[in-house]
Design a protein around this ligand. Structure first.
Ligand code: G1P
Ligand code: ZN
Length: 547
C-alpha cells in the first residue's frame, strides 16, 4: 500500500499555454523544464478522464532528450493518482505504433507517449507529451479540450514519493501499491507484424540477394528494425542504419523526407543503389519509401499499398474501405473505386481515422505527410508500411519502379507536391487564408491561369460514425480534369505559422508519366500564386520546403 504520507499533494499555479494540438502538447525542452510544467499537464490529463483506479497505463517515448525524466514523473504521478499498473518500455523506449499496440493488447486504460515526432531533440529542441485512449489512438478533440481547460485552472497535483524506477531492467517492481512492468519494447510489436505479413516470403527475398537500406535516423525504430529486418527476416547486419536511438538524434531532424533523409535519397538515385530504401521518423509512425531511382510519394504509396494489400496474409480478405486525409492526393480514390469499397476523406491528423477503424468502415488509411497505417493499431505506422511494401515486392517478384509504372498505367498518375512556407508571421498567414476564403464563392466557373475552376470550398468533415462536424479544415480549389490546390495552415508548428500549399495534377496518359514532378505541376504552382498572392503578402519568393 502507498501510505498516505508517501503521496504529496503539491500546490501549483496554471500555465496558459498547455493546449494539446493534434499530436499532443509540443514545446521546447526549456518550456517543459519550468517548475511544475510537466506535473500540471499530466495531472490535467488524469483529472480529465475518469475510472482509471486500479487500471493499466502504458508509458514510453521516442528516446529523445527529457524522455527519461518525464517517465519517472509520470510513473510517480500514476501511482499517486491510483493506477494499478504501469507498463513501460525498457529504456523508456516505445515507438508510437508499438505503444498503441500495447494499450490494445493489455486493454490498458490509456497511454502517455513522449515524443515530438519528427522534430529535432536536445536540450533546446522539441519535446512532447501525448495522451492516447483505450482504443490505442490519440485523445479525441473533446478530451484534448477538456485537458486544456483543466490546465487553465489546476491548483494541485498528486505525486508519490518513491525512488526512481530502474527502467533499464526488465521485470516488475512495486511503486507503492502500483506495479511497474518494464517490458521489451519490441517483441510484442514484432509478433504483431509477423501475424500480418508473409515473413517466409520476405525472408526468401532477402536470402535471394535482395538488398535494402533502412534509415532509423537515430530515432526510435532502430531496435525494431534490427529485430524485425535483421533477426527475424534474415536481412544482412547493417541493413538498419543509424539504428541506436540518441537523445538528440545525432543532431539531425528525424524526419524521413527528401530534405532530412537526403543521403538515403541520393544513395537510392545512384548507380549500384540497393533494391529498396526506407526510413522512419522520431517516434516511428511516418515512413519514406524509395526504390532504385524512384521516390514513391506517400499519396502514391497509400494507393499502391491499398491496391496490393490482399497479397499480405493479414489483408487477404480484402479491404473494408480506404481513408485518406483531405490534402492527400486522389490516387487512393481510384483504387477504392476499382475495388468497389468506400473512400473516406478526413481532415488532416490521424485521430479522424480512429472512428472509421473502430467502426470497421476502413482498413487502410494514410496521409500525404508520410503516414500510412491500418486497423492493426490506432496510429500510423512506419515499419508496417515498409513491411507491407516488402511483402508486395516478394509476392509480385517485381521492383518498386515496375510496380509504380504498372500502377500509373492502370489508374493514371497523380503528380503531387507540397510547398511549405515556414515561420511566417502568424497574423500575415491568417490574413492570407481569410482573404482566400472570401474569394471562394466567386471562383467556380472562372479560369485561373488557364485552369478551369470546377469547385472551391473550405473543407468540412461530417464524421459518419459520431455525426460530429469539423469545419474550416482547409481551402480546396478543384479544377477540371482532377487537378487541385489545397491551402491550409499547419497545426503542429512550434514557431510562427506554416502555410502548406498542396498541389496535384492528374495525368491519365502513360506517355506523360515520366515527367519531372515540379515541371508537371508548374501551371498549378502558378495558379496558387495568383489565388493567394503568397509573394506579395509574405515577401517569400519560394517555399522553405518542397516535398
Ligand atoms: C502534420 C501533417 C499531418 C500529420 C501531423 C502529425 O500536421 O501535415 O498530416 O497528421 O503533422 O504528424 P500539420 O502540421 O500539417 O497540421
Ligand atoms: Zn511521428
Amino acid at each position: 500500500m502507498i501510505s498516505p504520507q508517501m503521496i504529496s499533494i503539491v500546490e501549483t499555479t496554471p500555465y496558459a499555454d498547455q493546449r494539446p494540438g493534434t499530436s499532443g502538447l509540443r514545446k521546447k525542452v526549456p518550456v517543459f523544464r519550468q517548475r511544475n510544467y510537466v506535473e500540471n499537464f499530466i495531472q490535467s490529463i488524469f483529472d480529465s478522464v475518469a475510472g482509471f483506479r486500479g487500471e493499466t497505463l502504458v508509458i514510453g517515448g521516442d528516446g529523445r532528450y527529457f524522455n527519461r525524466e518525464t517517465i519517472q514523473t509520470a510513473i510517480a504521478m500514476a501511482a499517486a493518482n491510483g493506477f494499478g499498473r504501469v507498463i513501460v518500455g525498457q529504456g523508456g523506449i516505445l515507438s508510437t505504433p508499438a505503444a498503441s499496440h500495447l494499450i490494445r493488447k493489455h486493454r490498458a486504460f490509456g497511454g502517455i507517449i513522449l515524443s515530438a515526432s519528427h522534430n529535432p531533440g536536445g536540450p533546446h529542441e522539441d519535446f512532447g507529451i501525448k495522451y492516447n485512449v483505450g482504443n490505442g489512438g490519440p485523445a479525441p478533440e473533446k478530451l484534448t479540450e477538456a485537458i486544456f481547460a483543466r490546465s487553465r485552472v489546476i491548483d494541485r497535483y498528486a505525486i508519490a514519493g518513491i525512488p526512481a524506477i530502474d527502467i533499464d531492467a526488465r521485470g516488475t517492481v512495486a511503486a507503492g501499491d502500483m506495479a511497474v512492468e518494464v517490458v521489451d519494447p519490441v517483441a510484442d510489436y514484432a509478433d504483431l507484424m509477423e501475424s500480418l505479413f508473409d515473413f517466409e516470403a520476405i525472408s526468401r527475398l532477402f536470402a535471394g540477394g535482395f538488398s535494402m537500406v533502412f534509415d532509423a535516423m537515430h530515432a526510435v525504430t532502430g531496435p525494431y528494425a534490427v529485430e524485425i529486418l535483421e533477426r527475424r527476416l534474415g536481412a544482412p547486419a547493417g541493413t538498419a542504419r543509424n539504428a541506436v536511438p540518441l537523445p538528440d538524434f545525432g543532431g539531425r531532424h528525424p524526419d524521413p523526407n527528401l530534405v532530412h533523409a537526403r543521403d538515403l535519397y541520393e544513395l537510392m538515385m545512384s548507380p549500384g543503389a540497393p533494391d529498396f530504401g526506407a526510413a522512419s521518423d522520431g517516434d516511428g509512425d511516418r515512413n519514406l519509401i524509395l526504390g532504385r531511382d524512384i521516390f514513391v510519394t506517400p499519396s502514391d504509396s497509400l494507393a499502391m499499398l491499398a491496391a496490393n494489400a490482399h497479397l499480405a496474409p493479414g489483408y487477404a480478405q480484402g479491404l473494408k474501405g480506404i481513408a485518406r486525409s483531405m490534402p492527400t492526393s486522389g490516387a487512393a480514390d481510384k483504387v477504392a473505386a476499382k475495388l468497389g469499397v468506400p473512400l473516406y476523406e478526413t481532415p488532416t491528423g490521424w485521430k479522424f481515422f480512429g472512428n472509421l477503424l473502430d467502426a470497421g468502415l476502413a482498413t487502410i488509411c494514410g496521409e500525404e505527410s508520410a503516414g500510412t497505417g491500418s486497423d492493426h493499431v490506432r496510429e500510423k505506422d512506419g515499419l508496417w508500411a515498409v513491411l507491407l511494401w516488402l511483402n508486395i515486392l516478394a509476392a509480385r517478384g517485381q521492383g518498386v519502379q515496375e510496380i509504380a509504372r504498372r500502377h500509373w498505367a492502370e489508374y493514371g498518375r497523380n503528380y503531387y507536391s507540397r510547398h511549405d512556407y515556414e515561420e511566417l508571421d502568424t497574423a500575415t498567414a491568417e490574413a492570407l487564408m481569410a482573404a482566400l476564403r472570401e474569394t471562394l464563392p466567386g471562383l467556380p466557373g472562372t479560369a485561373i491561369g488557364g485552369l478551369a475552376v470546377e469547385a472551391a470550398d473550405d473543407f468540412a468533415y461530417h464524421d459518419p460514425v459520431d455525426g460530429s462536424v469539423s469545419a474550416g479544415q482547409g481551402v480546396r480549389i478543384l479544377f477540371a480534369g482532377g487537378s487541385r490546390i489545397v491551402f491550409r495552415l499547419s497545426g503542429t508548428g512550434t514557431t510562427g505559422a506554416t502555410l502548406r500549399v498542396y498541389l496535384e495534377c492528374y495525368e491519365p496518359d502513360p506517355a506523360r508519366h515520366g515527367l519531372d514532378t515540379q515541371a508537371a505541376l508548374s501551371p498549378l504552382i502558378d495558379a496558387a500564386e495568383r489565388l493567394a498572392s503568397i509573394e506579395r503578402r509574405t515577401g517569400r519568393t519560394a517555399p522553405s520546403v518542397v516535398t
